[in-house]
Design a binder for this molecule. Structure first.
Ligand code: FAD
Length: 394
């Protein structure tokens, strides 16, 4: 397939740029320029071949997209949450798989090492992850425990200066290419502990997951642990229980909320341009009321979601955002992006199902984004529990 020119123009119906600082706009524009130059021309081919574009690892590192909120002393960007959100928005505007690579690295691997790791671990590992020299992955989900990770079966047993890790994790983004994995497993007391498994440890393997119709340009795999010796220095010393992994997920879900809106913006922009150019019955299809209804609803939902994300970013910066607020924004972003991708696909008619346009790829990607990091239903139940005080999970 021929390389494509990316003519994206960002929708900003409520002049939200006025809420951003000059630094925010500079960061957003540099990631947007990167996506136009390095991602858009090639991503469709990678997705069609179901291949992970490995070159993005050092590129995203150089761009500062790995761990932007981690302090500079550990190789991070030392930036605020609006900057992080804008980066994720722009990356997912290109492809959800590219954003997933950055989300996992920054929020699910670097964040727990920064928040829960020993000083030695932080100094040894974080700069390598920030630069993209190493790729990391996050192992929480198991074959029989997805929405209910507290039931996990992966376990560790004390063996002196190390622990023995057994179990398996499924659906792990970045796994096939990762040098390290942040893994969650239960100790003898049944408490969830976090630790770092390193590629090359005996008994640790990362088989690839094949046959996905979604996130095809993202590498997904399993983590299999067969009597793996993990040195005690690789355990997070002070964190116990589900709050460890859940705190990482809150950070990543914040990025997904912004990222999904990026995908929606790309679908809207594509559909708007196409509808003005495509002639039927002697006039542009954009002139027909039915197409205008779709476009008008798309830009309304995008604008509402952009406002929600911006406000959430401010609350994150002020350390006032609750996990339930992040759940709402993640769910909302995914919902509007999935609906907008579907409507945009219809506006493009038959062309909408081809790789000539990014819409069908975004639409299929959104099916994963709706499900991972807490399903659409689970986030609704979190909002329900937050407003009623009643737990409807069990
Ligand atoms: P299940 O938990 O089996 O859910 C199936 C259905 O039941 C869903 O619709 C769900 O909403 C519903 N359901 C479950 N419980 C309830 C309830 N109490 N009330 C009502 N409905 C309920 N995991 C990682 O740890 N690391 C990763 O890097 C990672 N990357 C992923 C990448 C991809 C492409 C995908 C698809 C998944 C990834 N995941 C990852 C796993 C993901 O987080 C899980 O798929 C998700 O949590 C849902 O788990 P499940 O698939 O087992 O579905």
């Amino acid at each position: 397939m021929a390389a494509k020119t990316d003519v994206f123009q960002s929708p900003d119906y409520f002049l939200l740029d006025e809420l951003l600082t000059e630094e925010h706009k500079l960061i957003r524009d540099s990631v947007r320029a990167y996506v136009k130059k390095e991602i858009s021309p090639v991503i469709e081919d990678y997705a069609q071949r179901a291949e992970f574009p490995q070159q993005i690892i050092p590129q995203l590192g150089a761009l500062g997209c790995f761990g932007p909120t981690i302090p500079e002393a550990y190789g991070g960007g030392g930036l605020d949450y609006i900057s992080y959100g804008l980066m994720m928005q722009e990356l997912e505007r290109g492809d959800s798989g590219v954003r997933s690579t950055a989300s996992v690295q920054g929020s699910l691997v670097m964040f727990p090492i920064y928040a829960y790791g020993s000083e030695e671990m932080k100094k040894r590992i974080l700069p390598k992850l920030a630069s993209g020299e190493w790729l990391g992955c996050f192992g929480l989900t198991e074959p029989d425990h997805g929405s209910d990770p507290g039931g996990m079966l992966s376990n560790i047993r004390d063996a002196g200066d190390h622990v023995i890790l057994n179990g398996s994790k499924m659906w792990i983004s970045n796994a096939p290419f990762a040098q390290i994995a942040v893994v969650w497993a239960k100790d003898e007391a049944g408490e969830i502990r976090g630790m770092i498994a390193e590629r090359g440890m005996e008994g640790f393997s990362t088989p690839s997951t094949h046959g996905k119709w979604s996130l095809r340009a993202s590498a997904t795999g399993e983590l299999v642990f067969d009597q793996v010796k993990i040195p005690k220095a690789n355990l997070f010393p002070d964190i116990r229980g589900l709050k460890g992994p859940l705190s990482c997920l809150t950070k990543a879900r914040f990025g997904i909320a912004w990222g999904a809106v990026g995908a929606a913006m790309d679908c809207y922009d594509t559909a708007l341009r196409y509808s003005k150019e495509r002639m039927q019955f002697g006039r542009p299809i954009a002139g027909f009321q039915l197409q205008q209804k779709k476009l008008a609803e798309m830009i309304t939902e995008i604008t509402k979601a952009q406002l929600m994300n911006w406000r959430l970013g401010v609350l994150m910066n002020e350390q006032k955002a609750s996990p339930a607020q992040v759940s709402m924004a993640k769910r909302n972003g995914c919902e509007i992006a999935a609906n907008i991708a579907r409507d945009a696909r219809q506006i493009l008619g038959g062309m909408g199902i081809t790789g000539e346009y990014p819409v069908m790829r975004h639409m299929m990607n959104m099916e994963s984004v709706l499900t991972y990091e807490g399903t659409h239903d689970v986030h609704l139940l979190i909002t329900g529990m937050d407003v009623t005080g009643l737990n409807a999970f069990k």
